[in-house]
Design a protein around this ligand. Structure first.
Ligand code: PLP
Length: 395
């Protein structure tokens, strides 16, 4: 592989994929199957001794190009693309080889549906889940000893309070206890952090968010080591949660601008966070690079002087005030996703953390006034201005 820098790979990874057929943009291949030139060729394709495509559930050129790009960007040995981020998390759990009576240890503030997946479908299969707060490595060590998990599931940056975990340290400790580590890197993206470099066994993404980046394609990616390859492919072939060719193409196209988008959106987020803090209209502004953020020291050590593109706010006045605030927003859309080129507002109480009890939310630090803003590519002055006018008018 050429010794290119990240920004070069962002544009070129996965594009030299097509042998002697070299359009600069890969065409979309909707075909569900591929003609073989001979019985022997088909035999080899099906037996896996020959590279190529046979049936779309087993492989597709657009999907393969996206996976190739993500392998390069996350420094991984193998990977698959799935129909959504949730399917990616499910596939990663499967890849660890979980069996009935095995246990999974998860960080308390992981994506709500990830926790529900474990506590419903995987629980029915006999896998138990234990939950802890891992910004304190001592808590993690004692839970590892107590729970003896087969797998650990964490997120690089938590949602919505943006706590950055010490991924290298947690990976080292988990490996010391014989557990494999799955890192959901959706909020960080490979532009900001690459968990595989510090030994994380499996890395998952909701490609629906920053990788695609334009709010028009749902997908997921799992990256792992050679040892996971067979189970990951088995999962796709038999569960059938494959990513479609058009979604693969859109997400791969999104990847080419991920570097500039994420850097600009992060820079915007820092500026917006500073303006909001200076406005005095919010009781708290969470941003990973702020000195008063609870995981500031870890963020400084782990992240390349970049805090990501989400800013979380605390607004006083409870639910009624937050509803008035949301209704007053003119530029920023109220929507339940993150990572798009346009700014978005989410109210965890009624959306992402709706199914948690008030006690669980309190434990995580989420209140009736917590609001998550996904910062887009608009002018940072306009984004901050919209939030400031909505906070002022809703008071
Ligand atoms: C959105 C999200 C998911 C789920 O992804 P989908 O593409 O919606 O299935 C998982 N993890 C994180 C951190 C997310 O933000």
């Amino acid at each position: 592989m050429p010794q290119w820098e990240r920004d070069t790979w962002l544009v070129h990874a996965g594009t030299d994929f097509f042998g002697n057929l070299e359009p600069t943009a890969l065409p979309i291949y909707p075909s569900t199957s591929y003609r073989s030139r001979s019985g022997e060729e088909l035999d080899q394709l099906m037996g896996g001794t020959r590279e190529g495509f046979s049936y779309a559930r087993h492989g597709n050129p657009n999907v393969a190009a996206l996976v190739e790009a993500m392998k390069v960007l996350e420094h991984a040995e193998t990977g698959i693309a799935t129909a959504s981020g949730m399917a990616a998390i499910d596939a990663a759990l499967y890849a660890t080889g979980l069996a009935p009576h095995d246990r999974v240890l998860v960080s308390q503030d992981i994506y709500g549906a990830s926790l529900s997946l474990l506590s419903s479908l995987w629980a029915e299969f006999g896998v138990e889940t234990a939950v802890g707060e891992f910004t304190d490595a001592d808590v993690f060590v004692s839970m590892l000893a107590e729970v003896r998990p087969k797998a650990v599931l964490i997120e690089t940056i938590s949602n919505p309070l943006l706590k950055v975990l010490d991924v290298p340290e947690l990976v080292r400790l988990a490996h010391g206890h014989g557990a494999q580590v799955i890192v959901d890197n959706t909020f960080a993206t490979p532009v900001m952090y690459r968990p595989a470099e510090c030994g994380a066994d499996l890395v998952v993404h909701s490609a629906t968010k920053y990788l695609g980046g334009h709010g028009d394609a749902m997908g997921g990616v799992v990256l792992g080591r050679h040892q996971h390859e067979e189970r990951l492919h088995q999962y796709l072939k038999l569960r059938g949660a494959v990513l479609g060719p058009f979604e693969s193409w859109l997400i791969h196209r999104g990847l080419r601008t991920l570097g500039v988008r994420f850097e600009k959106q992060s820079a915007n987020a820092l500026q917006v966070a500073q303006k909001l803090q200076a406005s005095g209209l919010f009781t708290h502004v969470y941003y990973p690079l702020f000195a008063d953020h609870p995981t500031h020291a870890t963020a400084q050590r782990l992240l390349p002087n970049m805090g990501g593109a989400v800013v979380t706010l605390e607004l006083s006045g409870g639910k009624d005030r937050v509803f008035r605030f949301m209704d007053r927003l003119e530029l920023i859309a109220s929507a339940t996703t993150v990572g798009d080129v346009y700014s978005l507002c989410l109210y965890p109480l009624i959306a992402s953390h709706r199914n948690q009890t008030p006690e669980q939310r309190a434990q995580m630090g989420i209140t009736d006034g917590t609001i998550r803003i996904s910062i887009g590519l608009e002018d940072p002055g306009d984004i901050a201005g919209d939030l400031i006018q909505a906070a002022t008018l809703s008071a």
